[in-house]
Design a protein around this ligand. Structure first.
Ligand code: GLV
Length: 317
């Protein structure tokens, strides 16, 4: 029973993998090519993959009938055709919980960076232009003076962001499939999507990418936001229509945005690089040391559980 691991995980996770004492086949530092992925997974009983690998029915066929589990080293699993896996009798797992705090920390870093113009200030200094303190210079949003945070897709990560926002005295609104607008929980008020768009000073996008959420934030949604609002996406790039966002930023329809995720990763639309008032990071919201260890270890434990004939710890459907 071989475990295929598509990419080198952190040192601690690799040591954990070794401790299972099972035959392993391990990819490299970079994402495997499609051919390497097909060769690597062929004959494996478990595949531990990352979000850079597309697991579709052709790959499941290439893997062979002995494949029992695909363990994603991520909470999001839009890279995996779960229906095809289920039909092939393959369990799919993800890594919820262990990355909530790190992702919330990074989301908050982006909120502050965009609202308080951290990178504009950095660029100004590095441009070696003369500057002098001024009452109108690089003025941004007072995050902690009653600004409203809207969380689109409230779940565990949303909860962790809400806790941070509450420590900043922000009002927190949210939408969630499982909550009724008008209800409240832990100081978070649930509203409908239009209210969220209209009332948020900072809109934090956290909804998973599904056919229903693709381009949920499109030109219409952006038009419903305050002209003074900021958009922050730490979910999946496809939830935001990047062309519409680029237009909105150029038109000053919203005041700023921050993106950690992109529609066509690892390619970044060059027009995003030229858009004003936009902070960008390369999909690193969960990139805390202990978090990345925990994600790798949890994915390996999910694979090991299924191989041992036990229920997966974090199955997805
Ligand atoms: C990262 O993007 C994840 O889904 O864990």
């Amino acid at each position: 029973m071989t475990i295929y691991v598509s990419r080198l995980l952190t040192d601690r996770a690799m040591v954990h993998l070794e401790s299972l004492g099972m035959p392993v086949r391990i990819g490299g530092e970079n994402p495997p090519t499609r051919t390497d992925l097909e060769t690597g997974i062929a004959g494996a009983s478990a595949a531990v993959v990352t979000l850079t690998e597309r697991v579709d029915s052709a790959l499941l066929t290439a893997a062979g009938e002995q494949l029992k589990v695909v363990a994603n080293v991520a909470v999001g699993y839009d890279n995996i055709d779960v229906a095809a896996a289920t039909a092939a009798g393959v369990t799919v797992t993800n890594t919820p919980g262990v990355l909530d705090r790190a992702t919330a920390d990074h989301t908050f870093a982006l909120i502050l960076a965009t609202a308080r113009r951290v990178l504009d200030g950095d660029r100004l200094l590095r441009s070696r232009q003369e500057w002098v303190w001024g009452p109108r210079m690089l003025v941004g949003l007072d995050v902690s003076s009653g600004a409203t945070l809207g969380i689109l897709g409230y779940g565990r990560i949303g909860r962790a962001i809400a806790q941070r926002a509450q420590a900043f005295d922000m009002t927190v609104l949210a939408t969630a499939r499982s909550r009724t607008p008008g209800t409240e929980e832990d100081g978070v008020r649930f509203v409908d999507t239009d209210t969220l768009l209209a009332e948020s000073d900072v809109l934090s996008v956290l909804t998973p990418l599904t056919p229903q959420t693709r381009h949920l934030i499109d030109a219409d949604a952006l038009a419903k936001m305050k002209p003074t609002a900021y958009l922050v996406n730490t979910a999946r790039g496809g939830v935001v229509d990047e062309s519409a966002l680029i237009d909105a930023l150029h038109a000053g329809q919203i005041r700023g945005a921050a993106l950690d995720v992109f529609e066509n990763e690892p390619n970044v639309n060059p027009d995003l690089l030229d858009a004003p008032n936009l902070v960008l990071t390369p999909h690193i919201a969960s990139a805390g040391e202990a978090t990345r260890d925990a994600m790798g270890i949890l994915a390996i434990d999910n694979a090991a559980a299924v191989l041992a004939g036990k229920p997966a710890l974090n199955p997805v459907r």
